[in-house]
Design a protein around this ligand. Structure first.
Ligand SMILES: NC(=O)c1ccc[n+]([C@@H]2O[C@H](COP(=O)([O-])OP(=O)(O)OC[C@H]3O[C@@H](n4cnc5c(N)ncnc54)[C@H](O)[C@@H]3O)[C@@H](O)[C@H]2O)c1
Length: 338
């Protein structure tokens, strides 16, 4: 067991390699939010707790479900000193954090992430939220948990596709901040997974602790996300977030080679590591105009210009703006071999 501290609006610990139940504050009133899909997987471990079951995946991040959970908490008379426990993937911890941010104007919550994406990304950093019909994560709040409990036994039942998609964010952490993560990916991923997750959590915790509410430093976490978000949307969410980010990182690396002198061997390293995880690194050539439009309406675009995080070398990032649509398209088509 080890802990990593995150300094945000409050300081809290991420406890890794723990047994999640043992780490709960049992003296406080706890209400769990859990997706239906985990009911059987979690089995007996939940039998002594007060539970609210949720729809699966993004269906739990709707206004309707959010409102229903608030009403249910009020019906159960959960007081200000109560604690919500979000046990599930990133969708569950996003919803739980947002409910906790708003119920009685804010109560404590604990994240128990059960997916790699949740462990290395969604549960860390205090961003919580739900989706609107107009788009993903459009309503939300910064509201950090009081603790994050990472228990690797959850990963035994997680499908390999979800493990690999979650690891895409850890690959990102390697390129933007911690080359040791890349070495771990180049040896035996299965044997190194605890170390990979732990180092990725450290990267995110460090970045968030320096810049909780997103000025440039936190923006480096968006490496690969400009094109990645557009692809995720364009695929109708058929691609997992991490799969779309994988393609986005290969594109960001190609842009970085052109505009930030990123050496060619680092561009190749992106492709090698992501492909070794069976993550996609290419997308359809006909999609470009839709992707470009989607990048323009992204929350991060400014003054009708698409913004990228570029890599200068492993561990060193800078912002890339003002690249013409023609150039962006050319590099996209080169990336996919057209
Ligand atoms: N707040 C943030 O900073 C942040 C960052 C990244 C992603 N996110 C959000 O996280 C979500 C994606 O996270 P995700 O990939 O974990 O999705 P998810 O929560 O939808 O979980 C994916 C699937 O895995 C199942 N599952 C969860 N744990 C399991 C286990 N141990 N064994 C078997 N199945 C299990 C779930 O029921 C679900 O069907 C998105 O909503 C995204 O917006 C938030």
């Amino acid at each position: 067991m080890n802990t990593i501290s995150v300094a945000a609006e409050r300081t809290y610990n991420v406890t890794l390699d723990c047994s999640w139940e043992a780490q709960l504050p049992h003296q406080r009133e706890l209400v769990f939010l859990v997706p239906e899909s985990l009911r059987n997987i979690a089995g007996d471990s939940l039998k002594d707790f007060d539970l609210i079951f949720l729809p699966d995946g993004e269906n739990q991040k709707t206004i309707t479900n959010y409102a229903g959970v608030l009403e249910e908490l009020a019906k159960r008379n959960l007081g200000r000193d109560g604690v919500l426990v979000g046990l599930g993937g990133g969708a569950t911890t996003d919803l739980t954090g947002f409910v906790a941010a708003t119920y009685l104007r804010g109560i404590d919550w604990i994240a128990v992430p059960t997916t790699v994406a949740g462990m290395v990304d969604a549960a860390i950093g205090g961003k919580t939220g739900i989706n609107l019909q107009a788009g993903k994560n459009l309503a939300g709040a910064f509201h950090s948990p009081i603790s994050v409990l990472i228990d690797y036994t959850w990963l035994k039942t997680l499908p390999q596709r979800d493990i690999n998609a979650g690891l895409a964010e850890a690959v990102k952490c390697g390129f933007i901040a911690d080359p040791t993560i890349l070495e771990l990916f180049q040896s035996n991923v299965e044997a190194n997974i605890k170390q990979i997750v732990s180092r990725a959590v450290s990267v995110k915790a460090n970045v968030v602790s320096q810049d909780f509410k997103e000025s440039f430093h936190r923006e480096i976490l968006n490496y690969g996300h400009t094109l990645g978000h557009a692809i995720e949307w364009d695929s109708g969410y058929e691609l997992r977030h991490g799969e779309a980010i994988s393609i986005g990182m290969v594109y960001a690396a190609a842009l970085s080679a052109k505009y930030s002198n990123l050496p060619g061997d680092v561009v190749t390293l992106h492709q090698e590591i992501l492909q070794s995880l069976e993550l996609p690194i290419t997308y359809s050539s006909g999609a470009w105009s839709r992707l470009y439009e989607a990048m323009l309406v992204d929350k991060k675009a400014r003054n009708n210009q698409v913004r990228f995080v570029l890599l200068e070398s492993i561990g060193s990032c800078r912002r890339g703006e003002g690249i013409s649509e023609e150039e962006l398209r050319k590099i996209y088509l080169e990336m996919i071999g057209e």
